[in-house]
Design a binder for this molecule. Structure first.
Ligand code: NZQ
Ligand code: ZN
Length: 387
């Protein structure tokens, strides 16, 4: 187990009726001027917007809607202008990972006079800045953005989709599973695959004998595997939505990554797909993950894959048989969620960008050094081609 520091200050308000009980007072404790950040309008369709505004009659609420999935740097620029123009005290972020990611970077950009993209390219600048408090209401279980410091921001002009980490996670996160009843089958599947991927990325890691973390992850993986199909078939099943929501938060709030090398191979390879083709993050992971597992299975990794098969998929048999069956089970689970299983099915027809995407993934994520099984850019191209 590697050395680590761990702290997480996000105050979680989980369950129904927390918004009515606490949202107003939480926001007012930071000031009167609130920037409400949201996405393409789902919160207006499902009544959440009205419900929230009803709680805040005495606060000055300014609105920044239209944050797109795979949030673009232009939205951050718009948010930066608004926080400065209206002397914003606190950001209220309502949505999935895209909206919360955008909000966290806007919160930093408030204290910066240059272009927000500078902060994505140079995390050191961002770390020296203060950050406005972000209060969020999560509406989609997937990324863990509700309890981590990360944002993933796209710049379509340069075909870049890059991660950036700020000084703080959200100050308060409202996690009401009923708010995810309206999430489509497509996004429910994508979110669930993303959660499983966060866990496999941290589970299959160069650091060995991390049994505390691996045991927690096995429980979280079993949870997602069990409840995702239920949520797909019964969108308003509270237990399904609650288990998915809490596992999304627990999978990426920093707890299970402690003591690990954190190579994060498949995410680096997927972020290139989103950067070039704007695909849904979880769906890109769903296509790549089982293929990456096949690449990564070898004599050295077989025992870990077998442990995954036994403890997560309840498989029995020899190491090699269980390891292979576990990879097949992962593929079958993704397919059963009605997710695409090939890049073509995701709408990616041409392989003309694969070489440059592969090189970028290897360079940005140091896949030739820190990945669970190191990868060259030729390996990554082969993975794209096999997908
Ligand atoms: O924009 P609206 O209208 O709200 O609709 C959204 C959006 O179209 C919709 N949606 C969200 N909640 C809903 C709903 N529709 C109906 N009912 C609801 N309750 O779902 C669509 C997708 O939303 P998005 O926020 O993009 O999804 P997700 O939470 O999966 O976030 C994906 C983004 O997060 C990044 C991804 O790369 C991607 O950009 N990630 C962030 C991470 C982090 N901060 O740690 C880690 C992840 O690995 C990931 O990279
Ligand atoms: Zn992810």
């Amino acid at each position: 187990m590697r050395n680590f520091n761990f702290n997480n200050f996000t105050d979680i308000r989980f369950g129904t009726d927390q918004i009515e009980a606490h949202l107003h007072d939480v926001l007012a404790s930071y000031g009167q001027n609130v920037l409400l950040v949201y996405g393409g309008g789902s919160i207006k369709k499902n009544g959440l917007y009205e419900r929230v505004m009803h709680q805040l009659p005495d606060l000055n609420v300014f609105e920044l809607g239209g944050i797109a999935p795979n949030p673009k740097v232009t939205s951050i620029e718009a948010g930066q202008k608004m926080t400065k123009a209206h002397n914003i005290d606190v950001i209220l972020s309502i949505g999935g990972g895209s909206v919360i990611d955008a909000s966290k970077l806007i919160a930093s950009a408030h204290y910066y006079d240059g272009k927000p993209w500078d902060l994505v390219l140079n995390t050191k600048i961002r770390q020296t800045l203060k950050q406005l408090p972000v209060v969020d209401i999560l509406t989609l279980a997937a990324t863990g953005s509700e309890m981590n410091k990360n944002s993933v921001i796209s710049n379509p002009e340069t075909h870049q989709k890059l991660g950036t980490s700020g000084p703080n996670s959200p100050v308060v996160s409202f996690l009401d599973p009923t708010l995810t009843y309206s999430v489509s089958k497509w996004q429910t599947a994508a979110g669930s695959i993303d959660i499983l991927s966060h866990l496999t990325e941290q589970y299959f890691d160069q650091a060995e004998n991390t049994d505390v973390q691996d045991g927690m992850m096995e429980g979280l993986m079993r949870t997602v595997i069990k409840w995702a199909p239920v949520a797909l078939n019964e969108p308003d099943n509270y237990d399904a939505r609650a288990n998915l929501m809490w596992s999304s938060t627990m999978a990426l709030n920093g707890l299970v990554r402690t003591g690990k090398e954190n190579g994060w191979t498949v995410h680096g390879i997927e972020h290139e797909l989103s950067a070039y083709y704007d695909v849904t993050h979880g769906m890109g992971l769903g296509v790549l993950t089982p293929r990456w597992m096949r690449f990564a299975l070898n004599a050295q990794t077989e025992a870990k894959f077998a442990r995954y098969g036994r403890n997560v998929w309840h498989l029995v048999g020899s190491d090699v048989a269980v390891a292979q069956a576990a990879i097949q089970a992962t593929y079958d689970w993704i397919k059963a969620l009605q997710a695409p299983t090939t890049l073509t099915a995701l709408g990616i027809e041409s392989n003309e960008n694969f070489a440059v995407m592969a090189q970028s993934a290897v360079t940005l994520k140091h896949l030739d050094k820190v990945a669970y099984v190191p990868m060259t850019s030729d390996d990554v191209v082969a993975l794209y081609q096999a997908s």
